[in-house]
Design a binder for this molecule. Structure first.
Ligand code: NAD
Ligand code: MG
Length: 398
């Protein structure tokens, strides 16, 4: 029986993971659950799973009266403790944003198997994560569908046999929109994704293609491949999740209807493939074809190019890209900036950074904080008249 800590249990990936575990209670037991502000939802999950303890990222109001009588902890330190809990074998990090970095490092440092959905911690943590993995003796398994696909195609083969990998992108809801029309995009348009149902931050990142830039950096860190050997292609139906080409000219791809339950099953069961009765029907060439591909429209989606360039330049740049993008997404969702200003805020912020190495987690936190301030200032100076003051509180993470 494996004990699992689920960080971000009330989010989209967290819920999908619990859904999978409900069908495999003979193999997994939930040891810890965390949420940010959805205390009622966390309370309900705690009643269902009776973990060792639960963690809230944000202190609940005094009026909150939990029904579950076990131990409640709060704050970022408690999230890291959750990631290194004794007796937990597997940590699923489904937090959103830079908040995931501390728990990622804590889990790897404690030698856990880390099933990582939180790509931001790889982008902002970079070499720090690689070092924690090496020194802590843990194991890192990607949950992001494209990276899970690469991991499944490699299945233990050394990356020295790989010529290149190709990550697929759905292209998002504005794939075919003429560039000038993008100025009209409203948050509701950007929140409706054609193939995946996900949390709001990653849904906006998918609409701007910032998500794919984060994923290129994620692939570089996870698999140690140089950037020139990581390609991206638009594949609107999201059936092929990635392709790995080997040095002998043979390519392997992983296919499946878009469902996060498949990469979650892989990360939970690895190296075994769990038998699962509820997964999507498998790939059917007649029903799911034809499989179509297009190049990325880099001029229409400047955050893609800016993010990949930030990754290639290294040092402070990927940390600053991630932080500025988080602020830009919040600003867009609350009506403070328009869709096209998302890229302007991020690109303007990046001008204030360099490729000076980020040697410690304290450094990373400092660069992150500096980039957030710069991005907030930049977003504030956009003079966008649409701000909804009620949205000010409605941070995209609950
Ligand atoms: P979500 O917004 O639905 O859920 C985020 C979870 O993290 C929630 O449980 C929330 O309570 C918690 N959280 C957020 N901020 C927190 C903080 N500061 N402190 C403590 N807890 C906090 O997000 P999601 O769509 O499930 O995505 C989670 C991660 O997985 C992201 O990094 C995303 O890029 C990645 N991912 C998601 C999908 C998907 O299908 N949703 C696919 C691939 C990768
Ligand atoms: Mg992905």
């Amino acid at each position: 029986m494996k004990r699992v800590a689920i960080l971000g249990a009330t989010g989209s990936v967290g819920e999908a993971t619990l859904q999978v575990i409900r069908r495999h209670t003979d193999r997994f037991r939930v040891g810890v659950l965390t949420a940010n502000r959805r205390w009622e939802a966390l309370d309900a999950l705690a009643l269902e799973w009776d973990p060792e303890f639960v963690v809230l990222g944000t202190e609940p109001p005094d009026s909150f009266a939990p029904r579950w009588s076990g131990e409640w902890r709060t704050g970022p330190g408690a999230l890291e403790d959750a990631a290194r809990t004794r007796g937990v074998d597997l940590v699923l990090n489904a937090l959103v944003g830079f908040a995931g970095l501390g728990p990622t490092l804590a889990a790897l440092g404690a030698g856990k198997r880390l099933a990582l959905a939180n790509k931001e911690s790889l982008v902002a943590g970079g070499e720090l994560v690689v070092r924690a993995l090496r020194e802590g003796g843990g194991e890192l398994l990607p949950v992001d569908s494209e990276h899970s696909a690469v991991h499944q195609c490699l299945d233990g083969r050394p990356v020295s046999e790989v010529a290149r990998i190709t990550l697929t992108a759905s292209g998002g809801p504005f794939r075919t929109w003429p560039a000038p029309r993008l100025a009209e995009v409203q948050p509701a348009d950007a929140l409706s994704h054609p193939t995946w149902s996900m949390g709001s931050k990653i849904t906006i990142d998918s609409a701007t293609l910032a998500n794919k830039a984060l994923e290129v950096i994620e692939a570089h860190i996870l698999f140690g491949l140089p950037y020139e050997r990581i390609d991206v292609v638009v594949h609107p139906t999201s059936i092929i999740h990635s392709v790995v080409e080997f040095h002998d000219g043979s390519s392997l791809a992983q296919l499946g209807r878009p469902s996060m339950e498949i990469p979650i099953l892989w990360a939970l069961g690895y190296p075994e493939r769990l038998e699962d009765r509820r997964v999507e029907p498998g790939f059917d060439p007649l029903r799911d074809g034809p499989l179509e591909f297009e190049p990325v429209r880099e001029d229409a989606f400047p955050l893609f190019r800016a993010g990949v360039a930030a990754g290639r330049a290294g040092g402070e740049f990927p940390v600053a890209f991630n932080a500025a993008n988080e602020v830009a997404v919040e600003s867009f969702l609350s009506g403070r900036i328009g869709f096209q200003e998302l890229a302007e805020v991020v690109i303007h912020t990046l001008e204030q950074f360099s490729s000076r190495p980020v040697g410690s987690v304290e450094d990373a936190r400092q660069v992150d904080a500096r980039a957030r301030n710069a991005a907030r200032e930049s977003a504030g100076g956009m003079g966008f008249g649409n701000a909804d003051p009620r949205a000010e509180e409605s941070e995209n993470t609950e």
